[in-house]
Design a protein around this ligand. Structure first.
Ligand SMILES: NC(=O)c1ccc[n+]([C@@H]2O[C@H](COP(=O)([O-])OP(=O)(O)OC[C@H]3O[C@@H](n4cnc5c(N)ncnc54)[C@H](O)[C@@H]3O)[C@@H](O)[C@H]2O)c1
Ligand SMILES: [Zn+2]
Length: 373
């Protein structure tokens, strides 16, 4: 078991990472529980797989478990209200410790509920997806969606501890798992060339969930996220590197009504897009862009890009909430392992890259297939 420390204004916290962490949850959270009652927030689906182990570890009664729908559509204020009302009826007081067991949706909703209930009760995250373990559970961003857009209401509310057991990833649907791996590739490109090289050698083992390979990559990405948010908790600078692939990724999700792509898949296309743009700007060597596209291609099939004009794409991109006064700051790689943030991309180049992307990715895919034979 490894302990990775995260710095936060409201108090530092530990990410405990390792196979077998879940079985020891009772003992591990003891220091932060400080005598308070534990309430577990999770979803019916996650609970079906992992509920028994959590109940055994925490010795909670059924009344202390609150399950809620974890589909993205349910990531709403109404769900937070329902949870808070259940907490009142269960007599949860200010000493309460919430334990959130689930993917990013459970973590974001539970985190916001914990931040708001009685003006704040303690929370421990037990993330159960790749994305939740190496991204959403670390860094204190919580929140819900509005009909007008995703993650528009929320709070920075760091947990007291994160307990990430890579063994729980075994029950993830293959597509969800793969979507998470794209975010790990992101970590390699933005700040960890060694992780990227490891994936170039071992992506096959990672995709087969070989324990050694998966644990190594997961731990490496957890450390990267922990280090970035420790240095820039409130996203005033460095933390922006985590948005690599997300500028175009978000636009693709919006353009397709959040139906065609899982978030990670949209980010995968977004990384290919940013790489092609990087080449167009003369900031990135074509051979490095191809490495990124090839590694993405080796993970499996991606849903096809939507057939939209480059004007439409430009419009979706400039309406992203992270653009400042219509100016979009792109994250563009310099090479594998280093990126620049706040890069301006002229519309004509964005259009050209958008038209070139399918062929660029098809070439990478053909190279990968050729090698396999
Ligand atoms: N707060 C942040 O910093 C941050 C960062 C990234 C993403 N997010 C948010 O996270 C959400 C996406 O999270 P996600 O990718 O973890 O997906 P998710 O929470 O939507 O979960 C995906 C599916 O997997 C199921 N599941 C979860 N764990 C499982 C397990 N171990 N076995 C079997 N099934 C399991 C869930 O029930 C769900 O059906 C989005 O709402 C996104 O906005 C937040
Ligand atoms: Zn993401």
């Amino acid at each position: 078991m490894k302990t990775i420390q995260v710095r936060a204004e409201a108090g530092d916290y530990a990410v405990i990472f390792g196979g077998g962490a879940l079985a020891r949850i009772g003992e591990l959270i003891e220091p932060v529980r400080a005598g308070g009652e534990v309430y577990v927030l999770s979803s019916p689906r996650v609970w079906r797989f992992w509920g028994r182990e959590v109940m055994r570890g925490l010795r909670v009664r059924r009344e202390q478990v609150i399950l809620f729908d974890d589909r993205e559509m349910a990531k709403r204020m109404a769900t937070v209200e329902k949870i808070c009302r259940k907490l009142v009826r269960a007599r949860a007081d200010r000493q309460t410790l919430i334990v959130a067991v689930g993917g990013g949706v459970v973590g974001d909703v539970a985190g916001f509920a914990a931040a708001s209930y009685l003006r704040g009760v303690k929370i421990v995250h037990v993330p159960t997806t790749v994305v939740a373990q190496m991204d959403s559970a670390i860094g204190g961003k919580t929140g819900v969606d509005l009909p007008e857009g995703k993650n528009l209401v929320g709070a920075f509310y760091p947990p007291k501890m994160v307990l990430a057991d890579p063994r729980v990833l075994r029950t993830l649907p293959a597509r969800q798992f793969r979507a998470g791996i794209y975010e790990i590739i992101k970590c390699g490109v933005i700040d960890d060339a060694e992780l990227f090289r490891f994936l170039e050698r071992e992506i096959g083992s990672v995709m087969r969930m070989n324990e050694r390979a998966l644990d190594w990559t997961m731990e490496r990405s957890v450390r990267l996220k922990a280090s970035v948010v420790s240095r820039d908790e409130h996203e005033s600078g460095l933390r922006q590197i985590l948005n690599f692939g997300h500028t175009m990724g978000h636009a693709l999700e919006t353009a397709t009504g959040y139906k065609r792509f899982l978030h990670g898949e949209a980010v995968a296309w977004g990384m290919v897009g940013a790489a092609v743009i990087g080449v167009g700007l003369g900031r990135l060597k074509e051979s490095e862009a191809s490495r990124i596209a090839r590694l993405v291609a080796r993970c499996g099939e991606l849903p096809a890009l939507p057939k939209i004009s480059d004007e439409m794409l430009t419009r979706f991109i400039s309406s992203d909430k992270k653009s400042r006064g219509g100016r979009v700051g792109w994250v563009i790689p310099r090479r594998v392992g280093a990126v620049d943030t706040g890069v301006e991309v002229p519309d004509w180049l964005l259009g050209a890259a958008w038209r070139e992307m399918p062929a660029f990715f098809a070439r990478a895919r053909a190279e990968v297939r050729g090698k396999r034979r």
